[in-house]
Design a protein around this ligand. Structure first.
Ligand code: ADP
Ligand code: MG
Length: 341
């Protein structure tokens, strides 16, 4: 069967010369929960905007549901869903009215529209609040309503762009439940972007790590973590007579030839040491460091995480960009609100 999304050699250069997407290729299959994981400015939104036909590619071949994005734009637009970073619900309307309005925009038949509205209110746990104006909703509830409006017409696929950015950790984890429901119960193919490791790990069957407009690696979270092999001993250093950087350099020098070493990745504050059976080699690691007068400020022993995968393939650690932004401040971005009456 053809793929749901097929992207070959996609390039996007903005008019000002910014190379936002530099030759990326990937496929997404029907029913998959696929993710783009990358930091701010990686090219995630640019890719999504191209896939949903809001932005023109510079070059490359794209097929959505086996239709060519250049020739069959209108048909593709009818089929896809787009949940933007900007919440697209109307504050003055109730949750139910927002859904009905959306269904009317898609010319849904009356009975179907009514059924679909109640079904989605139920799926998103909004039935009890369906009669309240969306303006009175919390951030998490709005996101749920926004997702519901985005899937009224059963899009294939759905393209949520950083759907949980701006939510506090609890609401973020809460929204994951609803995204999973849409994927599993509605059998929706989802292409999601995020800069949260944990989110990608939890939700995605498969993901691509994107940085600087390029796909650095791709696979299932489990596969990507397994590729790193063994356990991770993370060593962190604190500034003393030597700078952190000097200590990291010295640690790399002394550990590089150790027989147990499978891999070594440095980051800003320390080094990841990969070894089979990490617990057994920790004493030896410490002994080696001690022999060169290095003092470890912090040591942790874990299985590889997506954080470690990201570090391996990009050479740095992704950071949470400070305190969560309020979703309201993100409004009216590139496209403003999705629709206005
Ligand atoms: P992400 O969604 O991963 O944060 P974007 O796709 O928004 O990344 O941006 C990728 C790169 O393209 C960034 O360097 C960004 O500054 C740049 N960019 C985004 N939109 C435009 C635009 N309209 N004109 C020029 N450069 C842009
Ligand atoms: Mg973005």
């Amino acid at each position: 069967m053809a793929h749901m999304i097929e992207v070959q050699n996609l390039v996007k250069i903005y008019p000002d010369g910014t190379e936002a997407v530099r030759d990326i290729s990937f496929d997404v299959d029907e029913g998959e929960f696929f993710g783009f994981l990358g930091p701010n400015g990686a090219g995630k939104s640019t890719t999504i905007k191209i896939l949903i036909t809001l932005l023109r590619k510079t070059s490359g071949d794209i097929r959505i549901i086996d239709m060519d994005i250049t020739n069959q734009t209108d048909e593709i637009r009818r089929q896809i869903g787009y949940a933007a970073q900007e919440v697209g619900v109307d504050d003055d309307l109730t949750a139910r009215e927002n859904l009905v309005l959306q269904g009317q925009l898609y010319h849904m038949e009356r009975n179907l529209l009514r059924r679909r509205t109640e079904e989605l209110l139920e799926l998103m746990d909004l039935t009890a609040d369906a009669g309240r104006p969306a303006g009175s909703f919390s951030g998490g509830m709005r996101k749920r309503l926004d997702l519901a409006t985005g899937v009224m017409h059963r899009p294939r696929p759905l393209f949520p762009d950083e759907p949980t950015t701006g939510l506090d950790p609890q609401n973020r984890a809460n929204l994951w439940v609803y995204l999973e429901r849409l994927n599993k119960q509605e059998k929706l193919t989802i292409f999601l972007t995020t800069h949260y490791m944990e989110e990608a790990d939890k939700l995605c069957n498969r993901l691509a790590i994107i940085d600087n407009g390029q796909i650095k690696t791709m696979g299932s979270p489990r596969q990507l973590k397994q590729e790193l092999g063994g356990d991770v001993i993370a060593l962190r250093f604190a500034e003393n007579a030597q700078s952190v950087d000097q200590q990291i350099g010295a640690a790399c020098d002394v550990l590089r030839d150790a027989p147990f070493l499978m891999n070594l990745d440095r980051f800003d504050e320390g080094v990841n040491v990969y070894a089979q059976d990490g617990g057994a080699v920790v004493p030896e690691v410490l002994r080696l460091l001690d022999s060169t007068g290095l003092h470890v400020a912090q040591l942790s022993l874990t299985s590889p995480s997506l954080d470690d995968v990201f570090l391996k393939h990009t050479g740095y650690k992704i950071r949470d960009e400070g305190p969560a932004q309020n979703w309201r401040s993100q409004r009216g971005g590139a496209f403003g609100r999705r629709r206005r009456r």
